[in-house]
Design a binder for this molecule. Structure first.
Ligand code: NAP
Length: 379
């Protein structure tokens, strides 16, 4: 089951399944409103279910599609498709905190869940973990850094970790003067040096907010305290992350910059499958560089780390305000440097609560979006 099938991760996941026809079969697809792509995917994959969350787009799909798949619509449709008894594994590759409902539905139905939607853990990590604990389940991390950490942890004991190191490419503006990044256009910010990704995660990579999200994601996935998680800029993106153990040993995961590799391992785990994906030629790579990150040069990363430490609903606000600010930047309403300022203003105005239910999440998420939108209007 692929949720977010029209997106960057969704399409790469389809590619992975098509290259392993004897191992995987896609039985359902879901997206927001991209009718044309879903029609092409229906034709190619012949699933049993399809869902578009946008009701109008779902009506359009029904009118244009005459195949056998059952067409579902809206949030109810997404819930149904995330809990289908026919599915062995759900990949949640929806972008943004709108992926949270599907994460919780899949956990409630005790479905094996491969999670690319990091916002589920950023916006409501404690809630997701509480549900996982109740169901005696673990998530499969798809994000390349977390998938790398997970692979480094095979056969290891979490109590013997001294730290986890998340690598960051640094994005398109790493090493450039701060003033240069203040005038960038959305096109320049979308031009990531190493990864081809969806628009939001690409902008979050350029501001380093994405790395802040990943620190929060690692904390919730592995139950590791924030003081044991570090970020290291590694522009070549060959080492996807590292784990340091109490005896001083370091384990690193290396590979080509290709999301199909962590997606494949997420699908094949606990086994590994043969693949034709590009092999890493270390002699060609020759050198691997690493740099510490100064949070004083990365305001969004600093905001994320502070929100993470404060906990409660601060990370929920961080994510919602970031979604609004990134949208505003992409639609030309604000400059690149305003993204962090807007998020900061919203965080400063927030009275935190505990996110103990989806209702708590919805209240805080809506408040933060509303606040962020009014700050955008005043900018
Ligand atoms: N791309 C990467 O390399 C990468 C790497 C690591 C982690 N991730 C994470 O993976 C997730 C997906 O990223 P992406 O880059 O694949 O994003 P993307 O290319 O923007 O695709 C997003 C997908 O989510 C769907 N979607 C959006 N809003 C939705 C809603 N309300 N309900 C249901 N579906 C909705 C979109 O459908 P429509 O097309 O119909 O709008 C699309 O299929 C994000 O959390 C991201 O942080 C991505």
């Amino acid at each position: 089951m692929i949720l977010g099938s029209s997106g960057s991760i969704g399409r790469q996941a389809i590619d992975v399944t098509l290259s392993h026809p004897d191992d995987f079969r896609i039985i359902g697809l879901a997206a927001h409103k991209n009718v044309d792509t879903l029609l092409r995917q229906l034709e190619e994959l012949n699933p049993i279910f399809v869902c578009l969350v946008n009701e109008e787009a779902a009506r359009d799909l029904k009118a244009r599609y005459s195949g056998p798949a059952k067409v579902l619509a809206g949030k109810e449709g997404l819930e149904e498709i995330s809990t289908l008894p026919e599915a062995d594994l759900i990949l949640n590759a929806i972008v943004g905190s709108s992926g949270l409902a599907a994460t919780l539905s899949a956990i409630n139905a005790k479905k094996q869940l491969a999670l690319a939607n990091k916002e589920s853990l950023v916006a409501a990590g404690d809630l997701v973990n509480e549900r996982l604990k109740k169901q005696n389940m673990r998530l499969i991390p798809v994000d390349s850094e977390h998938n790398a950490l997970w692979q480094c942890m095979v056969g290891e004991d979490i109590s013997e970790i001294s730290k986890m190191i998340l690598t960051a490419s640094g994005g398109p503006f790493w090493g450039k003067p701060k003033e240069a990044s203040e005038k960038v256009t959305p096109e320049q910010a979308l031009d990531h040096p190493r990864w081809r990704m969806g628009r939001r995660v690409t902008i979050d990579s350029a501001t380093l907010m994405n790395k802040g999200f990943e620190v929060i994601e690692a904390h919730h996935l592995f139950g590791i305290p924030y003081e044991k998680i570090e970020v290291l800029v590694h522009p070549q993106s060959i080492i996807h992350s590292l784990v340091e153990f109490v005896d001083g040993s370091l384990k690193a995961h290396l590979g080509p910059t290709d999301m199909r590799l962590p997606i494949l391992y997420s699908f094949s785990w606990p086994k590994r499958l043969q693949s034709t994906l590009e092999r890493l030629d270390l002699a060609k790579v020759q050198r691997l560089d690493f740099f510490n990150v100064r949070t004083s040069d990365s305001p969004c990363l600093a905001l994320a780390l502070t929100a993470a430490e404060k906990g409660l609903s601060y990370p929920t606000v961080l994510n919602a305000a970031d979604e609004v600010a990134v949208d505003a930047f992409l639609s030309g309403k604000i400059g690149f440097a305003e993204i962090g300022n807007i998020i900061n203003t919203v965080l400063e105005k927030h009275d935190p609560i505990t996110i103990g239910s989806i209702g708590d999440f919805e209240v805080v998420d809506a408040w933060a979006r509303d606040r962020a939108e009014s700050v955008v209007l005043r900018t």
